[in-house]
Design a protein around this ligand. Sequence first.
Ligand SMILES: Cc1cc2nc3c(=O)[nH]c(=O)nc-3n(C[C@H](O)[C@H](O)[C@H](O)COP(=O)(O)OP(=O)(O)OC[C@H]3O[C@@H](n4cnc5c(N)ncnc54)[C@H](O)[C@@H]3O)c2cc1C
Length: 367
Amino acid sequence: MKTADVLIIGGGIIGCSIAAELSRAQVRVLMLERDRIGCEASGEAAGMLAPQAEDIPSGPFLDHCLKSREMFGPLQELLKEETGIDIEYVRSGILYLLLTEDDEFQGRRMFDEQRARGLKVERWDRQQVLEAQPQVTPTVRGAFYFPDDHQVQNARMVRALSILGARRGVQIMEGAPVTGFVQDKDRVLGVRSVAETYYAGKVVIAAGAWSGGIGELPGQQIPIQPARGQLLSLETRGDFFRHILYTREAYLVPRPNGELIVGSTVEFAGFEKHVTVGGIEALLAAARRLVPALGSRPILKAWAGFRPWTPDELPYLGDIPGSPGLYIASGHYRNGILLAPVTGQLMAELLLEEQSSLPLDPFRLNR
Ligand SMILES: Cc1cc2nc3c(=O)[nH]c(=O)nc-3n(C[C@H](O)[C@H](O)[C@H](O)COP(=O)(O)OP(=O)(O)OC[C@H]3O[C@@H](n4cnc5c(N)ncnc54)[C@H](O)[C@@H]3O)c2cc1C
């Protein structure tokens, strides 16, 4: 297919979620992925669904996050039924550990704010923490428990969304890097890839950290930068942890297969995709401070990925002013896995010219 109603640039979780949502309508959708589906941040993330632990302030962004978090239960069922893939949505809750006086001070503010918003949060004392998770350092002062913050296996979720879309007619091309836009004056008519030109009624940029460098757009900048995150994983036994453990310096995410994800650094190092001695050393030290017994666990692997960062740390969602036919859904920074379901829904509503379920205006490119 060299023409489409909607062409999506990028096969990460955002592109795949939009494509899967669009596939409910009678539109021809083409997705071009430079490399492989889910090969960048979406396959590399820690998979937390954590608007509360991330301390996101009240406002339209939190509204998107909370709406999206609610969508995971039904989405898990749908993906299992239609693709046979279990995305391992685990209702593990997050235990936000308080290790210092400053943590307790910040924690009290978070607790009060979240309670005032009607969100579920429990205050646990030291003994409750150690009863629930005896491996945690005995110097812990207490914790907040967020019973509604959970996790998902993000690499499986991208794959399942892409299969759902493909089964419903989305055409997906891997190994198809977009190198520029086809334009008539300002209107975007399609894109160029290495071997082909593709035409589409609407083109959506969903290329994660690369979204700002797809092609020339006169008078328009998309100020998205890569924020590198390093992660590693350890082998633990069975149900070593019941909950995700979260602190201001690191988090530990226990996956159902016994793998424990330790994350993550936040670094502005361009597109240098490697793990560093300093990065891994800091993660290991933080993990051992939280759970001393981890010192004897085998390291499985270490890796790095690029979060799509924007200057105000909010995503860009909507049409691109001054470039009719061109849209963007990118810049989800630390919360793209969490936000994928709602972003897919809202972008599909916009592209299909339906009523929007939540406001998109706060997320326009030229806000
Ligand atoms: C270490 C780390 C931990 C994280 N942990 C969490 C977490 O716990 N919870 C959470 O919600 N979020 C987390 N995130 C953030 C989340 O991973 C991202 O926000 C999300 O994956 C972004 O999805 P995306 O589809 O926009 O980008 P990506 O997954 O990067 O996908 C973009 C795709 O576009 C393709 N592409 C690029 N250029 C082109 C081109 N020219 N032509 C065609 N295709 C192109 C790329 O190959 C890529 O596949 C984490 C991120 C990192 C790095």
